[in-house]
Design a protein around this ligand. Structure first.
Ligand code: NAP
Length: 213
């Protein structure tokens, strides 16, 4: 698949490298493609351009920018380039304020989520939440005791979730579909939970797993 990535940070680069390893082509979109020059040299079949270039390029688009500017990045990408496309939303609504005793602050409340806000503003896009509930170090083919961990996903479009579940499986996760876009209210805060051990100095070698009887 051709995957357009909106972002140039740790998540964008980590997922881009993982997707390349599984045979996909990637184009990373950023306001400053020059910054990716060395990264591109080290990764064959990758390229960089503007947010709009990435949105145009992708059969599937991955959104991996600071949560507070996710809508700005999507506007720069251009709605016309995102029409009906699957957008994998890895973003979290992390507020600027410092964490309290290892607990991050969010700019959304419990009856709201970043992905719902994005789905409302960009109604032509098929958003699927994924990859937000694990640190980038564990994002690609994690090798943890107990087998593949769970990747909680949600979104309103069943076909889009099937596509994303396939990518999630390639990257070493079991997708757990939690339903429509409102489930982002529960999935986004998993980032807070995941970050507590990290922020308390216990490292990043952990992930969630759903166990069923
Ligand atoms: N880091 C992790 O381990 C991790 C894990 C799971 C989920 N997440 C979530 O994934 C997202 C990406 O995280 P990250 O750590 O890779 O990177 P980040 O530092 O949160 O975001 C970097 C990206 O945000 C873009 N950006 C910043 N200000 C912007 C603006 N005013 N307009 C447009 N774009 C702007 C940057 O664009 P330019 O390229 O143009 O500078 C860059 O691509 C975040 O929402 C984060 O909460 C992170």
């Amino acid at each position: 698949m051709r995957i357009g990535i909106l972002g140039s940070g740790d998540v964008a680069r980590t997922l881009a490298a993982g997707l390349l390893r599984h045979g996909h082509e990637v184009l990373l979109g950023t306001r400053n493609p020059v910054r990716l020059r060395d990264w591109l040299k080290a990764h064959a079949r990758s390229s960089a351009g503007s947010f709009a270039d990435a949105a145009r390029f992708g059969d599937v688009v991955l959104l991996a920018v600071r949560g507070s500017v996710a809508n700005k990045a999507l506007r720069l990408a251009g709605t016309s380039h995102l029409l009906n496309k699957v957008v994998v939303d890895a973003c979290n609504p992390i507020a600027d304020q410092a964490p309290v005793n290892g607990v991050l602050r969010f700019f959304t409340g419990l009856d709201d989520s970043l992905m719902e806000r994005l789905q409302k503003e960009f109604s032509v896009v098929r958003f699927v939440k994924a990859f937000n509930s694990v640190g980038h170090a564990q994002m690609v083919n994690p090798d943890l005791p107990g087998g593949p961990p769970s990747m909680f996903i949600c979104g309103n479009d069943a076909d889009a979730k099937r596509t994303v579940s396939g990518l999630v499986a390639q990257l070493g996760w079991q997708a757990e579909d939690m339903g429509g876009v409102e489930a982002a209210r529960a999935i986004e805060p998993l980032c807070m939970l995941w970050c507590i051990p990290l922020l308390r100095g216990e490292g990043s070698g952990h992930a969630f797993k759903m166990l069923r009887a």
